[in-house]
Design a protein around this ligand. Structure first.
Ligand code: KG4
Ligand code: ZN
Length: 338
């Protein structure tokens, strides 16, 4: 099926054209980062307004880039949740209107379902696999038996990994969003310089906790006399990143081993992180595990990733009803549509 997909759950307005749930024909992402940066985080009301301004333009760009007319479309895929309700509603209402006007079916999918299935846009993967979803709002381990068949094995008790990156970047005065900025700085520093804690590392189970690392960074900064030199800042970034990467990789490997899973997908914005990618690559080689990362353009929020589940559901005849509503908080286990 030829699908238009629309994503507006947070601060990116995105549209993509995807054929048969595998072939990416266009992928347009309009970021609102500049709008929110001056507030140090996403302002929900501003996000909704910016989505309203951008959505028609982004959809037109996606259709033009794919060389597709609205009349060629056979279905629409859209993020239903989780996310900011006002922001989600912009994408969902637009998707409903288009699907109603063209009399084509609508699939209203889970945002994280898109993230963890994004690798299918680049290669076929076998089920089951373990998914580590790491973004600004999620740090979750899922057992994935198939599309629509997910079980949460563990999640963060407090901050998500991306949220910890953003908060630490704020403490360091680096700006928002901070993940990529810390990642870049970390490349120039010594990861062993400062022994930040590795919360939950030796506890059984697959839960995470990142607020303690953030507090440890805050305390460390309080103990310093004046601002850090550039080298010191790089050491701090590298040491923080090493602590986050240690915990994420150790828990993921433990979950894979406990579940007898040999394939791992790492997805979400934090999957762009160079330290995380390198460490997983090394561990995969050591243990003959297959670890898949989507291309960086498919790790952050985008609409193309929705094409994989949307095509699957529509092909199975599972369509959203016209009264489908946006949903702010939505565990992936409950997103089962078939
Ligand atoms: O998936 P995403 O684009 O949006 C959400 O659904 O949350 O993830 C955004 C998060 C932000 O917290 C951002 O700082 C983080 O991903 N991020 C990174 C990197 N690039 C983006 N974190 C660490 N290293 C990176 N290179
Ligand atoms: Zn996301």
């Amino acid at each position: 099926m030829l699908l238009l997909c629309i994503e507006s759950s947070c601060d990116e307005t995105a549209a993509a054209v995807v054929k048969d749930g595998r072939s990416l024909m266009s992928n347009i992402v309009a970021s609102q980062v500049d709008v929110h940066a001056r507030y140090g985080g996403v302002v929900p009301e501003l996000a909704s307004r910016k989505h309203v301004e951008a959505i028609s333009v982004v959809i037109k760009e996606a259709l033009d880039a794919a060389g597709v007319a609205v009349s060629d479309l056979e279905g629409i895929g859209v993020t239903r949740g989780p996310g900011l309700v006002g922001a989600l509603l912009v994408g969902l209402s637009t998707a409903k209107a288009l699907a109603w006007a063209r009399k084509i079916p609508l699939a209203a999918v889970h945002h994280m379902e898109g993230h963890i299935l994004a690798p299918f846009l680049e290669q076929e993967l076998e089920f089951p696999f373990l998914a580590l979803a790491v973004s600004g709002g999620h740090t979750h381990l899922y057992r994935v038996e198939g599309i629509g068949r997910y079980r949460t094995l563990g999640q963060t008790r407090d901050d998500a990994a991306g949220e910890a990156y953003d908060k630490v970047a704020k403490l360091l005065g680096l700006g928002y969003p901070g993940g990529a900025l810390i990642d870049r700085l970390a490349g120039q520093g010594n990861p062993q310089a400062i022994p930040f804690p590795r919360p939950m590392l030796h506890k059984p189970g697959f839960e995470f906790s990142f607020s303690g690392i953030k507090t440890a960074v805050w305390r460390y900064l309080q103990e310093q006399d004046g601002p850090l030199s550039n080298d010191h800042l790089a050491d701090l970034a590298a040491s923080f990143q090493a602590a986050v990467v240690d915990v994420l990789t150790a828990k993921t490997l433990a979950a894979a081993e406990a579940g007898g899973l040999e394939r791992i997908v790492v997805a979400g914005g934090v999957a762009c992180n160079s330290g995380l990618r390198e460490r997983f690559k090394a561990l995969a080689a050591e243990r003959s595990l297959a670890v898949h990362f989507p291309a960086p353009s498919l790790c952050g929020d985008n609409a193309a990733m929705l094409g994989v589940p949307a095509d699957f559901y529509l092909a199975a005849g599972v369509c959203a009803k016209w009264d489908v509503n946006a949903i702010a908080s939505w565990p992936l286990d409950q997103a089962l549509q078939i």
